[in-house]
Design a protein around this ligand. Structure first.
Ligand code: F6R
Length: 338
């Protein structure tokens, strides 16, 4: 479906339904049953964010386990044979993730590798490590749904059903139904940000920390702007004081992400909005849709992803190009001495 013309990257986001379909058809193909103490998710950037989503989904499920998200070349010192470690790298080549993978293996943790290609795919095959292969040849950040459903499917079929296949299928149908509205909302958000410019603040309430972080990453990578993240109620215990005396002359705009079904959450964001408005900062209220946290995460991610792409187009930039990440990756071996 082409809603915004012929730009490939938009199609990658609008193709999320097909990614969810693939995730559902592979659901249960890999199982690693065991009596685990924790789930560790290791990965960077667009791959690492899957860990943040798994952590929040686990935290809102009575069947959840502690989830440790590790965006580093290191792994927690205490992990061992009772920990299930998902090593996620879309390209399969990210050095930090490869180093973390080797360290987790040395500690005897149970590994599952999620990737589309590269060194880690080869490593999984050669060493008989359970492997989830995802669609090849797209930008890592746009492969979020398939990587997420890959992990959730392994967990469910291993007896850690933080999301059942039925819930996952329901979320897929929901996203398909709201695709058009998501595009409209994304367009309005992009227009709002472009009109007000200044430093973009993404504000929300718990448990949507992972969604605002994903939004930040999307506006960083697709739109090429810095972004600040503010999340209530923790906001009320530090950020709020920063808004007493911001440097005069600095410009900001806020996109406030709200779950309308969450009364305290909405009221917390109302409180934040009052302070932003006292500082003459324009606020766009973005209401999440969906019945479950999974549906809200998928809807929010799609809207923020499309908005960040639209903003890049409005600024005449190529959303897909991430020159500075490529530059870092070309020099990362020196940094780690690898
Ligand atoms: C690019 C992107 C990046 C990468 C990150 C790690 O779309 O989202 O944040 O995800 O540089 O690379 P991979 O995912 O290949 O391990």
């Amino acid at each position: 479906m082409l809603l915004w013309g012929v730009y490939k990257v938009e199609d990658l986001y609008l193709g999320w339904i097909e990614q969810l379909d693939r995730g559902l058809s592979n659901w249960g193909k890999v199982a690693v049953p065991g009596d685990y103490r924790s789930i560790v998710v290791s990965g960077m950037g667009g791959s690492g964010i899957v860990g943040d989503y798994v952590a929040v989904l686990s935290s809102v499920s009575p069947r959840g386990l502690p989830v440790i998200v590790s965006k580093s070349h290191l792994v927690p010192e205490f992990i061992g044979s009772r920990d299930l470690v998902f090593v996620i790298s879309y390209s399969g080549n990210t050095l930090e993730t490869r180093m973390a993978c080797m360290r987790a293996r040395e500690r005897g943790a149970r590994l599952v590798i999620v990737s589309s290609d590269g060194y880690l795919e080869k490593f999984a095959v050669e060493n008989n490590i359970p492997f989830i292969g995802v669609v090849k040849g797209i930008a890592p950040r746009t492969a979020l749904p398939e990587m997420l459903y890959g992990v959730l499917g392994v967990l469910d079929s291993s007896g850690i059903g933080i999301v059942s296949r039925e819930e996952a299928a329901g979320a897929r149908d929901f996203l398909k139904d709201v695709l058009k509205e998501a595009v409209g909302e994304a367009y309005s958000i992009a227009e709002f940000i472009a009109e007000h410019d200044g430093l973009l603040i993404l504000a929300s309430h718990t448990p949507y920390e992972s969604l605002v972080l994903r939004g930040k990453n999307e506006f960083n990578e697709n739109s090429k702007i810095p972004v600040k993240v503010e999340v209530a109620p923790e906001w009320m215990h530090n950020d709020i004081v920063g808004w007493e005396r911001p440097f005069p002359g600095n410009k900001y705009s806020v996109v406030a992400i709200v779950d309308p079904g969450d009364k305290p959450g909405s009221k917390l964001v109302d409180f934040m909005t009052g302070i932003y408005e006292k500082n003459n900062i324009p606020v766009y209220r973005f209401l999440l849709r969906g019945d479950s946290v999974l549906e809200k995460l998928l809807y929010g991610s799609l809207v923020l992803g499309l908005a960040s792409v639209k903003l890049a187009r409005m600024r005449g930039l190529d959303p897909l190009e991430t020159m500075s990440i490529a530059d870092y990756k070309s020099r990362v071996r020196d940094i780690f001495g690898a």
